[in-house]
Design a protein. Sequence first.
Length: 398
Amino acid sequence: MSGAACRLEPPPAFLADPALRAVLAALPRARLVGGCVRDAVVGRAVADLDLATPDAPEAVMAALVAAGLKAVPTGLAHGTVTAVAAHRGFEVTTLRRDVATDGRHAVVAFTDDWAADAARRDFTINAMSMTASGEVFDHFGGLDDLAAGRVRFVGDAATRIAEDYLRVLRFFRFHARYGRGAPDAAALAAIRAGVVGLARLSAERVWSELKRILAGPDPAGTVALMREAGVLAAVLPEGGDGRGLAAIVAAGAPDDPVLRLAALIADDGVAAAARLKLSGAEAARLVALRAAAVPPDDADDDALRRALAEAPKEVLVGAAWLAGRDELLRARLAAMAVPVFPLAGRDLIRIGSTPGPEIGVVLSAVRSWWLAGGCSASLQGCLSYAAAITQNNEMKRN
């Protein structure tokens, strides 16, 4: 279908944004496209405001400058110009059609055909455009699909997937957020047939999408669907049976993708971190979450202090979610001050110890004693115990 499908009443509030209106006034043929249109239709908060236009990039830049706005050539080869109004950037992209695709990248040509540009989008709900007055143009039934809670590929699902295999993961992300009921059968059939193409995706792209899926309101069902379709095994063979993820989601754990990844995998996290090329901080946290020893629900304060001395509080609280500990234990951990071992090598030197390897041995022994006592011994108490160890060692040597 083509033409105006509906006019949003009342128009979305962001259409009154003075900066956006300045850009649209300079580019009267431009329309808002993509996610902002989709979310405006369903009444959700809108993040980025992206625009498209049938005008060539050079014409876009000239029109913006003529209107007194700044034009930044952020991606001229791909038809993208950033319009700057009131110190804010708005991406404006010339309409395009695909000339060739290889499963990751596309060669495009500019066009003035809105339907041709919409035809290269991934899903019908992302293929709509909207004018400055709130008039929505819908070429592929995105409005009906949004109303039905259905995520459908534009045109032939297998073709869309072969153009960019990342669309497989995007399908699950959008189904988790906008889908209701059973997923589109044609989409799932094409996904199962195209799983092999996921190997062509970079680890960074996979983690970017997987992170968004895991950060969703309730990713357990989506991950189960990915497992059934063979997608999870292709991108994360370390993924377990999903019961851990379902458990922490049901318990109300934070929508933290690294915590949820730790609940999903079945091993120490090292292989998953390497496969997905997590950042150093993400990888360290994932491994720490899997390794942290969490006291039982009835643990006393001494046991909690020992645990907090061995692992960062954030990690320990996260690991408590993974271990199924009760709310009271998590609250106690969160509220408790982190104990700090009071003794350092310089303290031993100050009381007469000779610098060298033995200082490390003594520090380790005193710390074990401090931990066993619930991390409550003072500096003076630790010094006294260190002196006793040193004296005992000297007696053994003599």
